[in-house]
Design a protein around this ligand. Structure first.
Ligand SMILES: [Zn+2]
Length: 374
């Protein structure tokens, strides 16, 4: 979530915490989506700042929110989704106000950069060097986004609740110069990326630098960002589920798990429409984890969980296959290190005698593996 009010607060904080500038901005800057993936170290810092998972997930989650809950089916169905998930954007933009939002972000970032005695002009020179000569998209990201919204993210795909909200406040895409993303990188400590979805809004910013990507990757990246928004509308980026013990476990969605699920679905949609094959798979270990989860619980169950934040069915099927508490155990391992999470899943599958040959043949997993060590 990024609002100008928060940014102003952050600016005010900066005045008294100059000595800690780099740490402060890394930790306090609200989470934004990044493509390609942030480094593991940055991700761990961000994860640590958002929620610290200890050895026992349940104990830590209890500090955020744990509501005693009866075990009976009826009560489970009465889960208060309006409180746990399902939300609407706080700031709803149209094309013009989204552009203002972008320039506000850029000004903010440039003010921070200036404070770091890093001359904007020097940055600009670096940005210009990265620009390609032709910055005109053959098909505008805005039009691609509209095509995806109407043809790919259908009512049956999103489910009625998310679909209604999504169509009431559709995403607004602005196209920003590479320097916009460079500034976000500089201030947020992120790797250079080509798209951002701003939580709590309907605003997606797409980089002009994406112009050099293949059509398949343009669609993949744009649908990735639109999925972030759709999942935000349904889940408020929270995860909750009734554990094997009948407890309601609820927490902020581990951001990298959310990225893996987002990328898996973005890849499937892109490959499923127009027969396009993206050149790359972002968030490789996280996407592999998502594919492993999907192979056990099924595409429909995983997608519904992704859009609603309710992982009860995922947890139930997973625990049934691998033993009580396995899903929570996976979340603990994954939240500490997503690569370890993928190794954990492989071992779990092997131990239970689940053949992984087919999963490993999935082109999305094959693509992700290319970018993973070992
Ligand atoms: Zn993302």
């Amino acid at each position: 979530m990024i609002t100008m009010a928060e940014r102003q607060q952050e600016v005010d904080r900066q005045k008294v915490t100059d000595a800690k500038t780099s740490v402060e901005t890394t930790i306090q800057k609200p989470p934004v989506d990044t493509n390609p993936r942030v480094s593991t170290q940055q991700a761990l810092i961000a994860l640590g700042a958002l929620f610290t998972f200890g050895d026992d997930l349940k104990r830590v989650l209890a500090q955020t929110l744990k509501i005693p809950h009866p075990k009976d089916e009826e009560a489970v169905q009465k889960l208060d989704h309006s409180r746990l998930g399902c939300t609407r954007p706080v700031d709803v933009f149209d094309e013009r106000s989204a552009a203002d939002h972008s320039s506000g972000i850029l000004s903010y970032n440039e003010s921070i950069i200036a404070k770091r005695n890093l001359a904007s002009e020097d940055l600009l020179t670096r940005f210009l060097n990265k620009l390609t000569l032709n910055q005109t998209f053959s098909k505008s990201p805005v039009l691609i986004g509209q095509e995806i919204s109407s043809d790919w993210l259908t009512k049956s795909y999103l489910g009625p609740v998310v679909y209604k909200r999504y169509t009431e406040t559709p995403p607004v895409i602005t196209i920003e110069p590479v320097k916009f993303f460079e500034a976000e990188q500089e201030v947020g400590g992120k790797s250079l990326f080509s798209g951002i979805y701003y939580h709590d809004t309907n605003h997606i910013a797409i980089s002009k630098g994406l112009n050099t990507a293949s059509d398949a990757d343009k669609y993949r990246l744009i649908v990735h960002e639109e999925l972030h928004y759709a999942a935000f509308l349904g889940s408020k980026l929270q995860i909750h589920f009734i554990s094997s013990d009948g407890e309601l476990v609820s927490s902020a969605m581990p951001s990298l798990l959310h990225e893996g699920l987002t990328e898996l679905h973005a890849q499937e949609l892109t490959r499923g429409h127009r027969g396009m094959v993206p050149d790359k798979v972002d968030y490789p270990p996280e996407t592999v984890c998502a594919a492993y989860l999907q192979s056990i619980v099924g595409a429909d169950v995983l997608r519904e969980a992704y859009f609603s934040g309710d992982f009860t069915e995922v947890s139930r099927i997973f625990d049934e296959k691998f033993g009580k508490g396995s899903f929570q155990q996976f979340l603990v391992v994954f939240s500490e290190d997503s690569t370890k999470g993928s190794v954990f899943l492989e071992k779990l599958f092997n131990k239970a005698g689940v053949d992984t040959a087919d999963i490993e043949k999935n082109p999305i997993v094959v693509g992700a593996r290319k970018h993973m060590p070992g």
